[in-house]
Every structure is written in structure tokens, then in C-alpha cells.
Ligand binder design. Structure first.
Ligand SMILES: NC(=O)c1ccc[n+]([C@@H]2O[C@H](COP(=O)([O-])OP(=O)(O)OC[C@H]3O[C@@H](n4cnc5c(N)ncnc54)[C@H](OP(=O)(O)O)[C@@H]3O)[C@@H](O)[C@H]2O)c1
Length: 339
């Protein structure tokens, strides 16, 4: 273990958490970090020595659960583990909680309350209370990185930040790979339920597929994107029409006639209206191009749109985006050299 790195904990040891562990320990920037703890839903490991670290790495490589680690403590949560391990920065990679916000909210406020900066891939808190949480972080003099919350792998939020102060009229986006995949299967002849089942089996859909098919995931992403543009909003302001509002035969008929259905997230900033809904697009519409894990966001302003297009996920790419945030954290705490 390096003696000079930033002490970090990883909260969540699933697809993203495991990939992050490997980036932090074996990736190109590993010398900048000391992994001092890992947390899952049932408990935590505080890493005290090289053997403990290598055991976590081995579990991550094998895709095994954290509770197989010899140092696993049952019932220890993220805030307790981060304190005990002396972490300065926490990476959060836990499932979203759009209905109640918990336990995610308590984890974020708990960590920040203990003076721990945060890099997150989970959208929950920013989707619900963007301004409130950012203010809380700022008052504590902490860092919050959240590039991975929208189109992890493509810097949509960097572009949004760079457009602040401009007269944005609308945002149109395809931000959810799972519904893209489901629509492609429906175009090929499957029913929605068969397509959803296949997406779950292939670990593309969340175990609770309504997070995707009822629009919570793209609603959270459009809310965060619009807030980043300077128009603070919340997932609660986004109207959501489920994907299966359009029947399967209409999806196939559209394809035969030169159209594609896409699950589009839209924000009309003049009318203050946000919606996620299936939309019939001409094949020439650039949003109709979104396939597989490609996300597309179109910011409509002035006389020409600004378009961002690129991959979102999978887990290994998401982990790399979280490292980008962590590098920004390191830069932010390095005092500038005197001239
Ligand atoms: N996959 C991607 O490419 C991607 C891209 C962008 C954003 N994200 C976001 O990243 C997050 C993680 O995604 P994932 O694919 O890694 O999910 P995942 O494979 O389901 O893993 C979730 C992990 O979180 C742990 N966990 C659940 N509740 C917890 C709690 N209260 N405290 C500590 N750990 C807890 C789980 O513990 P157990 O091991 O005990 O079940 C599991 O290890 C999600 O919010 C997702 O939306 C993912």
C-alpha cells in the first residue's frame, strides 16, 4: 500500500464498485490512492494491510461478494467504515433509491457530516435535492464529483456546465441504454415482457426493471443535466410515461415506415416542462441513431444545437469516469505554487 495516496473507501461492491477497486489498486493512477475500506449492503471491510488489500482485489476479479473477505464486519455501514478507516474520499456505487431516497440520503449526509468528500455514480441525492446537497457540501468545504451520474463515459455534465448563462430553449436526450435495447428487441418481434426478461437475464436491466421502463433513470438524468445548466429541478418535476404506453405493433409498424421509437427525455426550459416518454422519430433524427450503450444529448439554443454523443457505461468505463472526478478532487486540494 502506498503511504502517500489519498485514503479512500468504496461504498458498493457490485459491478461498478469492483471495477473501481481494480482501478484504484492496479490502474494507471493507483499511486495516488490508498484503498482503506470497502462497503457492501451487509457490512464492510476496513483494510489494514497488504494481504487484506489483495484479498479484496481477488474478490473483485472473481466477481465475488465482499462478505467472503476474512476481515468482513457484519452490519458496519458506510459512514462508520469511512470513519474507522480514516477515509478522506468516498466513492459511492450503490443502487438508486427513487421512492424514499433512503438509505442513500443518510449515507451522503452522514459521510459529508464526517468531513468525507464524495465521488458518486448513484443519482439519488442529486436527482432529488441538487442545490440543497451541493450547498451542504460547499459549506463543509468538501468536494463532490458526479460525472458518472449522467452518461458515464461521455462528459454530458461538463458540456452542460459550459453552457451556463446561455439561453437554452430545450434539451432532448436518449439517456437510457436498457430501454433502447428493449425497443430494439420489440422491433425484432418480441413482446415487452419477453424483452424485459431478456434484458434482466443479460444483467442490462436493474433487478427492478421499472427503474428503466417507467422512466425513473432517464428522469433522474435529465433533472441532473438541467440543474447543471443552472435551472435547478428535481426528478419529481419530470413527468414519466412508461415505455409500454406504445404497443408493440406500433413500434414495429413505425420501423417499417422509416421511423424509430426511442425513450426520449425532454426539457422545455421556456415552458418549464420536463418529460420522459416514448417518441416516434424520423430515422433521420439524430436521436434515432442512439443504439446500444450510446447516449445522445441535444442542447437547443441560439441558432445551432450543441450535441454530445458517446458511450454510457459499462461498469469499467464508469469506474474510469469516477477516477476523473477523483483526479479533480486531488487538484482541488493542491495549493497553487507561489510565483
Ligand atoms: N453499471 C454502470 O455502468 C453504471 C453507470 C453509471 C451509473 N451507475 C450507477 O452506479 C451504481 C452502482 O451500479 P452497479 O451496476 O455497480 O450496481 P450493483 O452491481 O447492483 O451493485 C450495487 C452494490 O451496492 C451495494 N449496496 C447496496 N446497498 C448498499 C448500502 N446501503 N450500503 C453499502 N453498499 C450497498 C450492494 O451490496 P451487496 O453486494 O451486498 O448486494 C452491491 O455491492 C448505481 O446507482 C447505478 O445506477 C452504474
Amino acid at each position: 500500500m502506498s503511504a502517500m495516496g489519498v485514503p479512500v473507501v468504496v461504498v458498493g461492491f457490485g459491478n461498478v464498485g469492483r471495477a473501481l477497486v481494480l482501478e484504484l489498486v492496479e490502474g494507471p493512477y493507483s499511486r495516488l490512492f490508498d484503498l482503506v475500506g470497502v462497503v457492501s449492503s451487509r457490512g464492510a471491510v476496513v483494510i489494514c494491510d497488504e494481504d487484506g488489500l489483495q484479498e479484496v482485489v481477488s474478490l473483485a476479479k472473481k466477481g465475488e461478494k465482499l462478505d467472503k473477505h476474512r476481515g468482513f464486519s457484519d452490519g458496519v455501514g458506510a459512514v462508520e467504515a469511512a470513519s474507522e478507516a480514516g477515509a478522506e474520499l468516498a466513492f459511492i456505487a450503490i443502487p438508486p433509491s427513487y421512492h424514499t431516497g433512503e438509505p442513500n440520503r443518510s449515507i451522503y449526509y452522514g459521510l459529508a457530516g464526517k468531513g468525507v468528500s464524495i465521488v458518486t455514480a448513484d443519482k439519488t441525492v442529486l436527482a432529488h435535492e441538487y442545490d440543497k446537497f451541493k450547498k451542504f457540501i460547499a459549506e463543509k468545504g468538501l468536494f463532490l464529483g458526479y460525472r458518472a451520474t449522467v452518461a458515464a463515459g461521455t462528459p454530458v455534465l461538463d458540456v452542460a456546465r459550459g453552457l451556463r448563462g446561455r439561453q437554452i430553449r430545450r434539451v432532448r436526450a436518449v439517456l437510457n441504454a436498457t430501454t433502447n435495447y428493449i425497443l430494439t428487441l420489440v422491433e425484432k418481434g418480441m413482446s415487452y415482457s419477453e424483452a424485459v426478461e431478456k434484458a434482466i437475464k443479460e444483467q442490462l436491466a436493474e433487478p427492478d426493471p421499472t427503474i428503466d421502463t417507467h422512466g425513473y433513470d432517464p428522469a433522474a438524468k435529465i433533472a441532473i443535466t438541467v440543474s447543471e445548466l443552472g435551472y435547478t429541478t428535481s426528478i419529481r418535476d419530470v413527468e414519466r410515461l412508461p415505455l409500454d404506453t406504445i404497443n408493440e405493433e406500433d413500434v414495429r409498424k413505425a420501423l417499417r415506415e422509416g421511423y424509430r421509437y426511442k425513450y426520449v427525455a425532454e426539457a422545455d426550459l421556456e415552458e418549464k416542462k420536463l418529460i420522459v416518454h416514448p417518441v416516434k422519430l424520423k430515422e433521420t433524427d439524430r436521436l434515432a441513431r442512439a443504439s446500444g450503450i450510446t447516449n445522445i444529448v441535444e442542447f437547443i439554443l441560439e441558432d445551432s444545437p450543441v450535441i454530445v454523443e458517446g458511450p454510457a457505461g459499462p461498469a469499467w468505463r464508469t469506474a474510469k469516469v469516477m477516477i476523473t472526478d477523483a483526479l479533480e478532487y486531488i487538484d482541488s486540494r493542491t495549493p497553487p505554487e507561489k510565483a
